[in-house]
Structures are given as structure tokens and as C-alpha cells.
Design a protein around this ligand. Structure first.
Ligand SMILES: Nc1ncnc2c1ncn2[C@@H]1O[C@H](COP(=O)(O)OP(=O)(O)OP(=O)(O)O)[C@@H](O)[C@H]1O
Length: 335
């Protein structure tokens, strides 16, 4: 089921929350809406769902305009950050709920419902806790059950709003990998809201980067990371260093810094302010004369420049060719 969002605008009072949003989502795609708090991600998701009406513009599912349709008629599944399960119902009954609530003529028999619920619980790998109550589950298990419940009614579209936002970092990582695998299996058109670029990179087929109610860029995770359309996208997709060099500003990422104990061509000097071992890489923070912002370099933990390195020592660094100066590449201005 493809989704076509055309010229969508939404104001809250004088505040323009969405400004002329155009977006086509292919059938079976998992698209992440990525952006900082308040950029309009949730508003757009709610408009797709029919929970919110746009001031102008339209939403079509597979070519059919659903703008005038109510939430129920759109047949979308939701998973929210705090979408609590029914506390007084077992896991099984929670997942069965949507099917049991169907109008009598469409309602499957209890036998068919039971088969379907077990199939879904197997899909989210939690069939063994069918008889438990929500309070007996971990946060990650609850969100997987919420997903099974959303899938039970065979929605045409799945909408996820920061579904793992309330979970700790490790569980979050596990669940997003799990979701990406599940999506490969189920291939349901899905829209996933997040403000976490790593999460978007890991789960999505395409990322829609939003800022202040507009779309800044749409592309595959690799495209958006390697070819950001704007400085905003560049900064949002990862840590960035800024260096003033000969009146020009260079932008480059910590892993794009070469470090050396000795000065070489195009090297700048910096004084070591901090050394942070992060596992496979070590982050070195350097103070540079003439600018307040320090430079962060991330190098392999066994890099030669780190041997015996102490704070206060002078190191030499160079942004690797390819760093950005606006649209000009670093290699172009140093060669
Ligand atoms: N019902 C409302 N009434 C007034 N303003 C609203 C309403 N809903 C959202 N807004 C405003 O619209 C803007 C976009 O909100 P939205 O929830 O879409 O942002 P978001 O990108 O999802 O942010 P977050 O990641 O913090 O949830 C915000 O500035 C918000 O305050």
C-alpha cells in the first residue's frame, strides 16, 4: 500500500507546524521521519493516520484519497512510545482485542482468532508469555506485544511514533534490529518517527529529514549521510567539527581526522584536552589556537599517535580530503 502526501499544511494558531509537505512512500517501504523535537514529525504521522486534519493538502493510500476518511476507516496500525496495553487483559487477550472488536459479520471465530494470535506472538517471538499480564513484562516485551496487537487487524499501513523511546539504550538497539528484520519478513508499508539518527539509519529504507515543518532531504540512509543536502542535515546526521582555515570554514566528522605526532603538509596543530577510550576507537579532543570550538578526532584505539599520549601534549591533525566547505570539498582548496 503506497502513501501519497501532497501539499500538506498544518497550523496551530499562528504556528506553522507543517509547510507544504510532499512525500511519496512506496508500497512495502519502511520510511523514517527524522528531525529534532518540534519539527512536525508526529503531526505528519497523525495526519497520515487521520487523528489530525491538515489545513490543506491530501493523503492518498494506493491512489485512493483518504483525506475525508476517519481513523477507523483508514485501517492503520499504531505503536506509540507510551501506548499502554490493557492492564487487566493477558497478552493473548490484548493481541486478540482488535479482532474481537470487529463487527459481527467480519469477526473471525474464536478458533481463527486463537491461531492468528499465536502466529503473531510467534512473529514477535513472545508466544511463551501469552498468559502473562502487561505488568509482568519488560518494557521491550511490552512494545513487541503492542506491535503484535497493531498487526492483528491486518492494517494497510503501520505507524510507529518513537516506539522504543522509553527503553534503555541496549534494549532499544536490540529492538530496532529486530524491527528491521521483522519488516523484511512482513513488508508492511511503515512510517517510523524518531529523533535519533542512528535509529533511523539502522531501521529505515529511506529517511525523511525534517526541520521546522519542512522536509530538508529524502534519501536512503547512505545518501543522506554521505551527501547531506544542507548544513542542517550534515549536523543532524552525526557529530561535526568546524575549523576556520584561511578564511574558510571546513566541516568534517571526528572519524575524518588524521592524527599525527609530527607536522606534515596541511597539518594543523592542536593541544590535547581530553582522551576518551570508547572501545574500538578513542576520541581525542584538541584545542586549536584562534577558535573556541575544539576539534574531536576519533581514531582506532591502537593508532600510533595515541601511544603514551597525555593531556596538554601537542598533536597534528588534518581533515581527510573530502571534508566539506559549504559545497566545496576540502581536497579542492588544499590541492
Ligand atoms: N495540538 C497542538 N496545539 C498547538 N501546538 C501543537 C499541537 N500539536 C503540536 N503542536 C506544535 O507543533 C509543533 C510540531 O509538533 P510535533 O509533535 O509534530 O513535533 P515532533 O517533531 O513530533 O516533536 P517531538 O519529537 O518533540 O515529539 C511543535 O512546536 C508543537 O508544539
Amino acid at each position: 500500500m503506497s502513501i501519497e502526501i501532497r501539499q500538506v499544511n498544518k497550523r496551530f494558531g499562528h504556528f506553522q507546524a507543517l509547510n507544504n509537505i510532499d512525500l511519496h512512500i512506496e508500497s512495502g517501504e519502511l520510511v523514517a521521519l527524522l528531525g529534532p523535537s518540534g519539527c512536525g514529525k508526529t503531526t505528519l504521522l497523525r495526519i497520515i493516520a487521520g487523528l489530525e486534519a491538515p489545513d490543506s493538502g491530501s493523503i492518498a493510500f494506493h491512489g485512493e484519497d483518504v483525506s475525508g476518511r476517519e481513523v477507523r476507516e483508514r485501517n492503520v496500525g499504531f505503536v506509540f512510545q507510551h501506548y499502554a496495553l490493557f492492564r487487566h487483559m493477558t497478552v493473548f487477550d490484548n493481541v486478540a482485542f482488535g479482532l474481537r472488536m470487529k463487527p459481527r459479520r467480519q469477526r473471525p471465530s474464536e478458533k481463527v482468532i486463537a491461531d492468528k494470535v499465536h502466529e503473531l506472538l510467534n512473529l514477535v517471538q513472545l508466544d511463551w508469555i501469552a498468559d502473562r499480564y502487561p505488568e509482568q513484562l519488560s518494557g521491550g516485551q511490552r512494545q513487541r506485544i503492542a506491535l503484535a496487537r497493531a498487526l492483528a487487524v491486518e492494517p494497510r499501513v503501520l505507524l510507529l511514533d518513537e516506539p522504543f523511546g522509553a527503553l534503555d539504550a541496549k534494549v532499544r538497539k536490540e529492538l530496532r534490529r529486530w524491527l528491521a528484520r521483522l519488516h523484511e519478513e512482513v513488508h508492511l508499508t511503515s512510517v517510523f518517527v524518531t529523533h535519533d539518527q542512528e535509529e533511523a539509519m539502522e531501521v529505515a529504507d529511506r529517511i525523511v529529514v525534517m526541520n521546522k515543518g519542512v522536509i530538508e532531504q529524502i534519501g536512503s540512509p547512505a545518501e543522506v549521510y554521505a551527501n547531506p543536502a544542507s548544513e542542517f542535515v550534515y549536523h543532524f546526521m552525526g557529530d561535526a567539527n568546524r575549523l576556520d582555515l584561511a578564511g574558510q570554514q571546513l566541516l568534517f566528522r571526528p572519524h575524518e581526522v588524521s592524527l599525527s605526532l609530527h607536522p606534515g603538509s596541511n597539518h594543523q596543530s592542536g593541544k590535547v584536552r581530553d582522551i576518551r577510550p570508547l572501545g574500538a576507537v578513542t576520541r581525542v579532543i584538541l584545542n586549536v589556537d584562534g577558535q573556541d570550538e575544539p576539534i574531536e578526532a576519533e581514531v582506532a584505539a591502537d593508532h600510533a599517535s595515541l601511544a603514551g599520549l597525555t593531556c596538554g601534549q601537542t598533536l597534528y591533525f588534518r581533515p581527510r580530503p573530502g571534508s566539506r566547505v559549504g559545497e566545496v570539498r576540502f581536497s579542492e582548496i588544499t590541492s
